[in-house]
Design a binder for this molecule. Sequence first.
Ligand code: PMV
Length: 326
Amino acid sequence: MSKATAVANPNIAFVKYWGKSDVTLNLPANPSLSMNLAALTTITTVEFRPGLRVDAVTIDDRPAIGESFDRVVAHLDRARSLAGIATRACVVSRSDFPAGTGLASSSSAFAALSLAATRAAGLDLDEGALSRLARLGSGSACRSVPAGFSLWEGDRHETSFARQVAGRGHWDLVDAVAIVAYEHKKIGSHHGHGLASTSPLQEARLAAVPGWLKAVLRGIRERDLATIGLCVEADALAMHGVMMTSVPSLLYWTPATISVLRAVRAWQEEGLGVYFTLDAGPNVHCLCESADARLIEKRLRNLAGVQDVLVSGAGDGVRPMAYHLF
Ligand code: PMV
């Protein structure tokens, strides 16, 4: 086969990956755990075309240039090297949600690219190998490969990939994402990781991660939102603390971000089961059970500064598609 298409969902981390122990191999400073988001997708078609002189990459209907083009080409090179081919490729990728605003668009993008490129190159990688490959493109992408809830751990290239800890049907947990900004962030997570070690708080965060991870794993197993909620919030705040105190400082929050955080805390005091987390951006992910999702969505939409709310349950892993984008 020389042409293949794949679809992937981005994931939201309950225990975050921030900082790397190896920049080239994208080995993380700490293990992380996430849920795929069914309602958001990236679809990518890759075709290897003999005779093409350079790779051609289109992302969200625009030709990719600069760093995003280079990262896709580097990833195609990894697939080419695995397959032992040199043929250039045509890549078209489309996401149905805004990129670069803390919605983990690189996670679905590199998961979909990994599957489409390896299938188009005639390879059939198992889930672990695919997750490992996706990790080299963007760390968090390895967690979008298995379905449902996944844990990424391992400290060497061979052992560092994501494994499923619970399937998507295990728990009807919902992520209601309050969109407070659409602008592309100035420093994305890809570069932000390199700053983590400049923060005096990173060491303390890394020391706390094993406890959060253990509690969140148990919370998922027992479908116990209150247990995971407190850890998820503490972990997200710790990561943003590291970001804010790194050199240079990364400050992703806007006034609307803080309004949403405060509203969530007030709803908790009323007895509602809702907890927040944030990726490298100003938008706030609110976790709740599906029975409360409509109410949370409605309340979020009524908050000043909230421009939209995306609501999603747990999603599938990366998968092939019969339909091609070109
Ligand atoms: O995969 P990257 O390099 O874009 O890093 C993702 C980092 C966070 O989204 C902030 C946290 C995480 O674990 O997803």
